[in-house]
Design a protein around this ligand. Structure first.
Ligand code: FE2
Ligand code: FE2
Length: 395
């Protein structure tokens, strides 16, 4: 039996229609833009979707210093004192009042756990901690120097502009120089691919969730545009097409665990910091513009690198099950970037011109932290070292 779904929409600049034709064992999606048929078709097997990868809680990590140790003792229910955590977090924040907080394992791991209380939660941790005032005070203490560092780091990518749309395109234009994705296409080993997937897994196994926080905070055209992008990210409501599901396939094909946050203990502070930047934007309404800008940077810098990642995996002999996540992003994000920049950010800046600077800040922060992570990874490889803190367990 087959089912067909047709969906069409009109944005400010173009008409798109998306047709998805489902059969019991496979799914084919074609995208049509304007009057011409555009983009290749991607076929995926529906089985096994093995949804266990997502929707699970973050395991409690090993501590990386006194502050994260105190937080873990509070969350795990062993006689931890929330007030003592707050005091310790304030002490650490006062010592790390520059960009060093970005590379501080204790601070970044603490922020990751505190943010996770608002997302999928931590394993065997009561959800009541989400709004505990002592934990919130500790989080705020750490966020103050973190925000200052993010703003300082992002400043290198961002100068003010009246025209948000053109500035976003200019900031995210592909570079002609060497890049990590080009290296992945031509030279990376399977082990290096695994490392990159591990770094990315904390975000990709819940891909899009934090950007979704923008939906209830927006209204009108920007809201409709964000819903349109997010609908694709969540596979149009189909588990087997959710981008997080596709990423889980890639991890399994490379022999990695697809369990949510399974690799938390082996990723360094800079990886957690890039994750925490997004959570920080997503959990503060005052930073809605930055959250939108972050999404714009994600969407506009995804399509070409995804092509390179896919080519690299195929060069190493991996099949379509491993490359599907990237193949999907080559196609989807060439559409999403238009929606995000023009229909979301552009109309938001028209609605509220004061948002423009925040949108550009968020995009610059995303690009800056991507660069920091890439520098860490490639720098480690140049020294013939792993970019991870230790060898991961495969599960
Ligand atoms: Fe995606
Ligand atoms: Fe996308």
């Amino acid at each position: 039996m087959s089912v067909s779904v047709e969906q069409s929409c009109r944005t400010a600049n173009e008409k798109r229609s998306v047709g998805a034709y489902r059969t019991r064992d496979s799914a084919v999606v074609t995208l049509t833009i304007g009057i011409g048929v555009y983009m290749s078709s991607i076929q995926i097997d529906r089985l096994p979707t093995k949804a266990t990868a997502t929707g699970t809680r973050m395991p409690i990590p090993a501590p990386r210093g006194p502050v994260s140790a105190l937080l873990i003792s509070v969350l795990s229910g062993s006689d931890g004192n929330p007030t003592a955590f707050t005091t310790a977090a304030r002490g650490l924040a006062s010592e790390r009042d520059d960009r060093s907080i970005v590379f501080d394992d204790d601070a970044q791991l603490s922020l990751t756990m505190l943010y996770e209380l608002h997302l999928q939660g931590l394993d065997r941790v009561s959800d009541a901690w989400e709004w505990n005032v002592d934990l919130l005070a500790g989080r705020a203490a750490l966020e103050a120097p973190f925000e200052a560092a993010v703003r300082e780091i992002a400043a290198a990518h961002h100068q003010g502009s009246d025209d948000v749309v053109s500035k976003l395109w200019a900031m995210t234009a592909p570079s002609t120089g060497p890049s990590m994705s080009k290296f992945m296409a031509t030279d990376a080993t399977a082990e290096q691919f695994s490392e990159v997937l591990i770094h990315r897994s904390l975000n990709q196994l819940r891909e899009s969730d934090v950007h979704t926080f923008g939906i209830p905070r927006l209204a009108g055209a920007p809201k409709a545009a964000l819903v349109e992008v997010q609908s694709d990210e969540y596979g149009g409501g189909r588990l087997e097409r959710m981008h997080s599901t596709l990423f889980a396939h890639t991890m399994r094909e490379l022999g990695l665990s697809d369990r949510y946050a399974h690799y938390l203990d082996v990723v360094p502070a800079v990886t957690l910091a890039s994750l925490n930047v997004l959570s920080f934007f997503g959990l503060h309404r005052r930073l809605l513009g930055a959250l939108v800008g972050h999404l714009c940077a994600v969407e506009t810098t995804s399509s070409l690198p995804s092509k390179n990642y896919s080519a690299g995996l195929r060069r190493l002999g991996f099949g379509s099950r491993a490359t599907l996540f990237y193949d999907e992003h080559v196609e989807a994000d060439s559409v999403h970037e238009q929606i995000a920049v023009r229909d979301l950010a552009g109309t938001l800046a028209e609605q509220d011109p004061a948002m423009g600077a925040d949108i550009l800040f968020g995009a610059a922060a995303c690009l800056s932290f991507d660069d920091l992570l890439a520098e860490h990874i490639t720098g480690s490889w140049d020294r013939s070292e792993t970019s991870l803190r230790s060898s991961p367990t495969r599960e």
